[in-house]
Design a protein around this ligand. Structure first.
Ligand code: ADP
Length: 162
């Protein structure tokens, strides 16, 4: 099934100069970029994006996460492809970088553990966000992009890969 998913290159990915390398991975597998922009979001937008984090991880994680995602610009994009939500999550790797397999984005460019982050009051800087489920993708795409910012065009991969 052809799906769309939301990806954010978080402030650490932008500041460490990894955006090109990460985008290249998605292009390499034939995923189509149908929307993309650089944006510095405010606390209200961050809280909408992470609306369920306090429930899942506690208020402390929510606060540090909002601080992290708002501290610099991010690159937001919508990727389209076959089972894009699941495929992109697989390429992103585990939430906790020390558990992320080498070859995944988080596994290749980060290594912090949940324990270290919690013991040292640090956020888990793991470079990238990707929608976890199709319903979440639907919500996040609407939150981050207007309809007119999403493009419909053809890529050659539609003949060879999709
Ligand atoms: P994912 O980003 O893999 O979907 P979650 O939605 O569970 O993971 O968490 C959102 C983000 O919150 C993570 O990407 C990470 O940056 C941060 N995070 C998660 N758990 C913790 C934690 N225990 N301490 C600090 N930051 C955390």
């Amino acid at each position: 099934m052809i799906q769309q998913t939301l990806v954010l290159l978080k402030p650490d990915a932008v500041q460490r100069g990894f955006t090109g390398k990460i985008i290249e991975r998605f292009e390499n597998v034939g995923l189509k970029i149908v929307a993309m922009k650089m944006v510095k979001i405010d606390t209200a937008q961050a809280e909408k994006h992470y609306f369920d984090i306090a429930q899942r991880h506690g208020k402390k994680v929510l606060d540090s996460l909002v601080g992290y995602i708002t501290q610099g610009p991010v690159i937001a994009m919508i990727l389209e492809g076959v089972n894009a939500v699941e495929n992109v999550r697989k390429m992103v790797g585990s939430t906790y970088p020390n558990e992320a397999t080498p070859g995944t984005i988080r596994g290749d460019y980060s290594h912090i553990s949940k324990q270290y982050a919690n013991d040292n009051n640090k956020v888990i800087s793991n470079l990238i966000h990707a929608s976890a489920k199709p319903k979440e993708a639907e919500y996040e795409i609407k939150l981050w992009f207007k309809t007119e910012e999403i493009y419909d065009y053809k890529i050659t991969d539609e003949m060879h890969v999709m």
